[in-house]
Design a binder for this molecule. Sequence first.
Ligand code: UDP
Length: 403
Amino acid sequence: MPNIDEYVPIVGQSIVDDLRLLAERLRGKVVQHVNSTAVGGGVAEILNRMVPLLRELGVDTRWDLIKGGEQFFAVTKKFHNALHGSPEEIGQRDFDVFLATSEQNVREVDIRGDIVFIHDPQPIALVKRRDDNKWIWRCHVDVSNPNRKVWKFLREFIVRYDSAVFSAPSFSQTLPIRQFLITPSIDPLSDKNRELPEEAVAAVFEKYGVPRDKPVITQISRFDRLKDPLGVIAAYAQVKRYNDCRLVLAGGTAADDPEGAQVLREVQERSRRDPDIHVLLLPQNDLEVNALQRGSTIIVQKSLKEGFGLTVSEALWKAKPVVASNVGGIPLQVTHRYSGLLCHSVEGAAFALKQLLTSPDYARKLGENGREHVRNNFLLTRHLRDYMLVFLSLYHEGDIVNL
Ligand code: UDP
């Protein structure tokens, strides 16, 4: 795990000094994060880096997980899709399953934080344990157009928190508690994002049998319908008629996502007859993701819905040209024609991909602009600062927290 001073060459001394000052003010407070999975997906990705750094800064930080069975995670997946606005049949039975597992977690999770930081809907009911400590609900989901029934159900819990944190302005909702808008981040020194020698990149492409004899277009995502892997294949098929290239669809499945295996089967079926499509089921291995992103010509993120979309910042930090859907937090990361290309459809994605394949100089410029945008806005140091300011503000209701 890198030392906080190793961030100085990347973000500058003053940013790191600010972090130390803020951490100093949090001395004596225990911060406790709770979510539902230790690996897979963006939340786990961030906590795996943020928790050790907070500790290194001297903030007493814990990370706990709730437990749940297959039925519980099937329901929370339905909630997730419904919050993203997908039509889902949700009945009383689903709410009952959710409440039963929640009750068990309310009894069993060891709540010790002065500040309890709950991530996403799965552990939301833990707020029943509220005491004289402070509670924050961190929503990573795009709830700009949520299924009303699910939102109403969750809202009963949300209003019992001190504050809520959302990833983008469009996600916030009318609530009687304080709301903060904080975008997620990537860690430039993690195995997922640090510089890699070309041999390490080449070795991963070799391991997975992906030749780099022609441009490689890559999407790295859990096999999830909302990531639209079939749409990526359709866009690639349109591009392929004009520009020879390969497509890599790489991903694993998260422990709290029961739908992944089915989506993977559909993707494999759809790509079976084209040897230039490489469907890779990745183990949890950050260096491999890093190498695949670095070794690709273009990175795609054609999500139908997205919370923030960490993969976009990951690609931009590697100065890769990106084609991504104009959904969720993606337009915060990609300014169309400046730091990547945004699309709204299969045709739009295909058009953008063709443009980048035929204009490598333009593609390079977009990637370079993207890297600077990420440096200024989406690195872990900025994120740490924002969270620590929120923590402090809980003890200064109504005040302005000054450094
Ligand atoms: N990821 C990974 N392996 C995979 C698929 C995804 O490590 O097989 C990582 C990806 O690099 C990113 C995170 O998981 O860091 C996904 O976050 P994102 O916000 O893009 O989407 P989410 O999965 O949270 O919807």
